[in-house]
Design a protein around this ligand. Structure first.
Ligand code: ZN
Length: 303
């Protein structure tokens, strides 16, 4: 396996952005027998036997059509219907977080399409009214714009930049090198993950890394280098991964979001993940990729 293995950034579809306003083209493609649509009840979708339940677009129910794009000769769509559909069978309709195990397995190639569709659906769900005048918003551009019926101001989907980082201390590559992981108070015992946080207005991503690590653990970070990024629409983040070098190692816990933080050597990480006393985030997360990239191989177990 090569690193970084950013699962969700692999295998992108052609988004066909310039065709989103061509109503005649959209109608023709929707009607093609090979077109497939994912029905989204509010912000939830229904897994099938092996992956997601994509249906021929022409057989999909009425709703807000989202053109996702083209891949493998198929045109892929989402269609947003009322969230009430999911309320009738709540155990069958899952939000994106509940789908992550499905998307980590055989259906991993569907992940970029599903993240695109549910990222848009989350945005539609959370943006009902114009932020300038309070008028009702209506979709256009195949679901990629919302426009105010009163003042005409358009709204566009947003991705909020968040940083996620692996911070290391000690001689790089040496047996004594260690990395910093933390845990949220609400997590089950043994779960640890990389630290993360949102970029603030006027702040560079590298400074966000340094500020978040210091706020959450008291550790001071010097050099920060870019690792990779992937979409994380839970509900609207773009996770930008970094590697940082610590210039201090003393841990001070003052942030209520971090219950514990620890330095792990590779040996400790190997032993504790094998024993199940350390449980790392799942395979599609950039956190997993950051940790395994630093460790230098695949580790057992996940959330
Ligand atoms: Zn308005």
């Amino acid at each position: 396996m090569t690193f970084p293995h950013l699962t969700l950034a692999q295998d992108p579809h052609d988004r066909l952005g310039l065709l989103r306003t061509d109503e005649e083209w959209l109608a023709r493609r929707w009607a093609e027998p090979t077109s497939r649509a994912l029905v989204i009840a509010g912000t939830r979708v229904r897994p099938g036997a092996d992956g997601l339940d994509w249906v021929p677009a022409a057989q999909a129910p009425d709703g807000v059509r989202l053109l996702l794009g083209e891949r493998d000769g198929t045109t892929w769509w989402g269609v947003i219907v009322s969230g009430d559909v999911a309320k009738a069978e709540p155990e069958r309709w899952l939000p994106l977080r509940g789908l992550l195990p499905v998307l980590s397995g055989a259906a991993v190639r569907e992940a970029p399409l599903v993240f695109h569709a549910l990222g848009l659906a989350e945005w539609h769900w959370a943006h009902r009214f114009c932020p300038r005048c309070g008028g009702a918003l209506a979709p256009r551009a195949a679901g990629h714009e919302l426009v105010c019926a009163d003042c005409g101001k358009p709204q566009f989907p947003r991705s909020d930049p968040a940083v996620i980082m692996i911070v290391a201390a000690g001689e790089p590559g040496s047996p004594g090198e260690r990395c910093l992981l933390g845990r949220h108070p609400a997590w089950p015992e043994g779960r640890y993950s990389t630290l993360a946080g949102f970029c603030e207005p006027g702040e560079s991503l590298e400074d966000t890394v340094r500020r978040e690590v210091q706020e959450e653990t008291g550790v001071v970070v010097g050099e920060v280098t870019y690792f990779g990024n992937q979409a994380w629409p839970l509900p609207s983040s773009l996770m930008v991964g970094f590697q940082g070098r610590a210039v201090s190692e003393e841990i001070r816990l003052e942030d209520a979001d971090v219950e514990d933080a620890r330095w792990f050597t590779r040996e400790q990480m190997r032993e504790e993940t094998a024993a199940g006393t350390l449980v790392l985030p799942g395979g599609v997360s950039i956190s997993r990729s950051l940790v395994e990239s630093w460790y230098g191989g695949v580790l057992p177990g996940s959330w």
